[in-house]
Design a protein around this ligand. Structure first.
Ligand code: K2U
Ligand code: ZN
Length: 172
């Protein structure tokens, strides 16, 4: 099922999430719900705190080739083991900060280790949009948003726009 996505500012988006202790069918169903929510947004990544679940779980699918069946990844307890010196600039957005975009500089290549939905440890090197996305999602697990990389004035401007959006949505 689709879950509502929390909108910034929200204290749950600033908290550090707890590691997943034991995999369960409940957590596997949650991962499937997160993929459904992500595709419907549409988005290419989603972190559990964005739907109010304060656990270290992210999903991503950055396969953008038309017609490709997509390559959904489910990552429990993802960790960045190494990052390249070389950086990449990407105009990022966030499903929790709708319609706002800004350039963010991040390492171009990252080595990531995680536990997959079958409970097996995986590790892979990501480059390009996959690298940007997996770093954006892991930041969410540590309560970090892409606007935290911006100058204070720009961040405040975006936060004020989101507060206005939330007031309007509350009025229905
Ligand atoms: O975590 C999220 O909010 C989903 C993000 C993931 C993302 C942000 C920036 C750069 C890469 C991934 C996006 O809202 S998904 C929307 C999107 C779609 C295509 C390209 C970039 C962002
Ligand atoms: Zn985001």
């Amino acid at each position: 099922m689709k879950h509502p996505i929390l909108i910034h500012p929200d204290p749950r988006l600033k908290k550090t999430c707890v590691p997943v202790a034991d995999l369960s069918d409940k957590l596997r169903i949650l991962a499937d719900d997160m993929l459904e929510t992500m595709y419907a947004a549409p988005g290419i990544g989603l972190a559990a705190p964005q739907i109010g679940i304060m656990q270290r779980l992210i999903v991503l699918d950055c396969e953008k080739e038309e017609g490709s069946s997509g390559k959904p990844l489910v990552m429990f307890n993802p960790e960045i083991l190494a990052s390249s010196e070389e950086t990449n600039v990407y105009e990022e957005g966030c499903l929790s900060i709708p319609e706002q975009f800004a350039e963010v500089t991040r390492p171009k290549v990252v080595d990531v280790r995680w536990i997959d939905r079958d409970g097996n440890e995986q590790s892979e090197t990501f480059d390009g949009l996959w690298a940007t996305c997996v770093q954006h999602e892991i930041d969410h697990l540590d309560g970090k948003l892409f606007i935290d990389y911006l100058k204070p004035l720009k961040r405040q401007m975006i936060t004020r726009k989101m507060q206005k959006l939330k007031r309007e949505r509350a009025r229905g």
